[in-house]
Write a protein that binds this ligand. Structure first.
Ligand code: SAH
Length: 345
């Protein structure tokens, strides 16, 4: 049965569902059934734009591991590895410096696991973080992973704060205000919010970062997470759906469009600190890639393949230019208090 119909029946029988319920189930169905990446799919991501992205991340990891004393046993972990392109490029670059970790891919999607397996045969797959190895430091990477996790919405109505939920208008799924008062859940700092204001939160992202931080504090290592989002809290829904490279109504195609929300980076440093990890900082993707040697790598690739020079430069521009992905995308890093600070922070 199509997910739209299932949701419609559920809502007709027992009332509107939370945005988080809607987003979690829609994305689980969406990712499990297809490889959505690339020009023939729904959206394109940084690792698919240029090999340089993964290579520079591999250098970041190898450099940090070297400065941490080259521990012989170390685990590479990637959260939501997509096609496995970033893992392949990062591990290839790291290998040149002797960085050869075990490979752990956190990926619930059966369709994407199959694609990843074709690129990285020698890996262990995990449904979530709970089964990751606990015997050695972890070097954790996640690119456009946190944005796929379910968000919750609260909306200010004339009657007070309510949960924003998904209801029915005829046979259409539409956002509606819940009936239960939620004023007690809203901190006093929101007293100046105007009618219609939406507070968006992502407890799932905070939970993942908290678990990553706890692991790093206990086992050693570091994490590098890259995503689009904002560093100061703001009002409004950032829930969006993309299908065939176009924005569509987020409630129109559950299970058949990619649902994401901007990551609210402002809440994450406190989450990391509370779990005992050290926050290394938040930097723009463009600045991060330049600090790691983007320009030199572009020139080396252009010399090796002069016929592709224009495409190589255009891809690097897309990743790093402020008007493209360079400023919208942020890089955050956290680590064990015993590990050095990563390059670029
Ligand atoms: N990092 C890749 C893919 C980004 S798409 C790239 O940049 O190309 C989002 C990835 O997160 C997919 O691999 C998807 O299957 C995975 N994902 C989505 N929701 C998830 C969840 N709740 N738990 C774990 N992985 C999830």
């Amino acid at each position: 049965m199509r997910l739209h119909q299932r949701f419609a029946r559920l809502i007709a029988a027992s009332g509107p569902i939370s945005i988080a319920h809607y987003m979690a189930e829609a994305n689980a169905r969406y990712y499990d059934s297809r490889d959505p990446l690339g020009s023939a799919g729904d959206f394109t991501t940084a690792p698919e734009i240029s090999q340089i992205y993964g290579e520079l991340i591999g250098l970041w990891l190898a450099d940090l591991w070297t400065r941490a004393g080259r521990p012989a046993r170390v685990h590479y972990v990637e959260l939501g590895p997509g096609r496995g392109t970033l893992a392949r490029d990062a591990l290839g670059a790291g290998r040149q410096f002797g960085f050869v970790p075990t490979v752990n891919l956190v990926e619930p999607s059966r369709a994407l696991r199959a694609v990843q397996h074709a690129r990285i045969a020698d890996a262990t797959w995990h449904d979530d973080l709970s089964t990751l190895p606990d015997d050695a430091p972890l070097l954790i990477v996640g690119s456009e992973f946190l944005d796929a996790l379910p968000v919750h919405h609260l909306v200010l109505t004339a009657a007070g704060w309510r949960e924003r939920r998904v209801g029915l208008a005829g046979d259409k799924l539409v956002p509606v205000a819940g009936t239960r008062p939620m004023d007690a859940a809203v901190p006093a700092t929101h007293a100046d919010a105007g009618l219609g204001a939406i507070i968006e939160t992502c407890p799932a992202a905070a939970a993942v970062v908290g678990e990553v931080a706890r692991r790093l504090a206990q086992q050693g290592g570091a994490a590098l997470l890259i995503d689009y989002g904002h560093v100061t809290p703001r009002y409004g829904s950032t829930l969006q759906a993309v299908r065939a490279h176009r924005q569509v109504d987020p409630f129109a195609h559950p299970g058949d469009a990619d649902l994401t929300a901007h990551v609210d980076f402002s809440v994450l440093p406190a989450v990391a600190a509370a779990a005992g990890a050290r926050w290394m900082g938040t930097v723009d993707q463009g600045a991060f890639l330049r600090a790691l040697g983007l320009a030199a790598r572009v020139e080396a690739l252009c010399r090796a393949a002069p016929a592709s020079a224009n495409a190589i430069r255009a891809a690097a521009h897309r990743l790093a230019a402020p008007e493209a992905m360079g400023e919208l995308f942020k890089v955050i890093a956290l680590g064990s208090p015993d590990w050095p600070t990563g390059a670029g922070f």
